[in-house]
Design a protein around this ligand. Sequence first.
Ligand SMILES: Cc1cc2nc3c(=O)[nH]c(=O)nc-3n(C[C@H](O)[C@H](O)[C@H](O)COP(=O)(O)OP(=O)(O)OC[C@H]3O[C@@H](n4cnc5c(N)ncnc54)[C@H](O)[C@@H]3O)c2cc1C
Length: 337
Amino acid sequence: MLKRNVPLHHLNTFGLPASASWFTTISTPTELAALIDTAEWHYLERFILGGGSNLIFTGDFAGLVLHVKIHGMELVREDSDAWIVRAGAGERWHSFVYWTLAHGWLGLENLAFIPGTVGGAPVQNIGAYGIEISERVQCLETVDLKTGKTVIFDRSACQFSYRDSVFKGDAAGRYLINAVVFRLPKLWEPLINHIDVIKELEAMKICNPTARNIADAIVAIRTRKLPDPERFGNAGSFFKNPVVDSATFACLASQYPEMPYYIQPDGMIKLAGGWLIERCGWKGRKFGPVGVYEKQALVLVNCGGASGRDVLALAFAIQKSVQAVFGVKLVHEPVLL
Ligand SMILES: Cc1cc2nc3c(=O)[nH]c(=O)nc-3n(C[C@H](O)[C@H](O)[C@H](O)COP(=O)(O)OP(=O)(O)OC[C@H]3O[C@@H](n4cnc5c(N)ncnc54)[C@H](O)[C@@H]3O)c2cc1C
């Protein structure tokens, strides 16, 4: 079952070179249980790999990569107010979103066209166009890689927050998510509060959009705005939008009145990381094999032949300059391995 010295270049959307000393594909929970019973399991370090779209490989991995390929999508049941839908962790996220829409189970449309797998999506609580996956998750079915036991995480146990969850923190690497159960409300209302979506629907001449219209609009926007990983390797936004307190914000706003910001429910203020980076002069600049995407400064791109070290060097230089100019700390979004 275990392969040796497997290249990972084609298994991460940044296209970074790396290899795994040990590698296996997990297609069913039973396969995983069998693996946990082997001698190798207990001495190898492990890493769980989904679609590789939120990952920076900084070098070769001396342990065992578990590539999650667990499939299956089903309606579990229908409640009076919601559809309960379950998907295997290895399903492609975008295909799953369109599958739900085709069945009339709505509520994931704003998250269309995010790369990666269903299992990878809750790890960083994917979000886009006014919604986060946490708002639709009922529970996660996982296997504790230490004990081999099944553990169910309900929404609160996942400790979701902005681009974060317990699976990026205390529980990182310990639980393999094998399925995600979603609660999709029957009472559906379009969520159109982003100016790009409003404009796109206007351009499509759609006044009363269906969920499918919204998903199609978002696919069109994202196709224009973000680099296609097939052409320019990338991991989406490289930095989280920084969140600051009101005193810090007031100080910045007096110096930069044109600075975009978003007030959060807890009173903190989210700044647009891309704007800060652009103001420091990084947008569209290329540094050997890596660069800052010309249309969106939050995205770093592989211009050809980049290594993880090249990416980290550029990221560090950007962080330093944003800190120096604005006094704001940028935190990277992808997982570094
Ligand atoms: C062009 C582009 C656009 C993007 N846009 C967005 C966006 O709008 N919003 C957003 O939030 N993100 C965005 N992303 C980031 C990325 O697509 C998501 O974070 C995605 O959910 C990662 O899933 P993955 O399967 O690729 O995970 P991977 O990159 O394979 O893994 C990421 C982390 O999750 C863990 N993991 C993966 N699968 C499992 C599993 N089954 N069980 C346990 N742990 C697991 C890994 O160990 C790793 O720590 C974008 C990326 C790209 C390339």
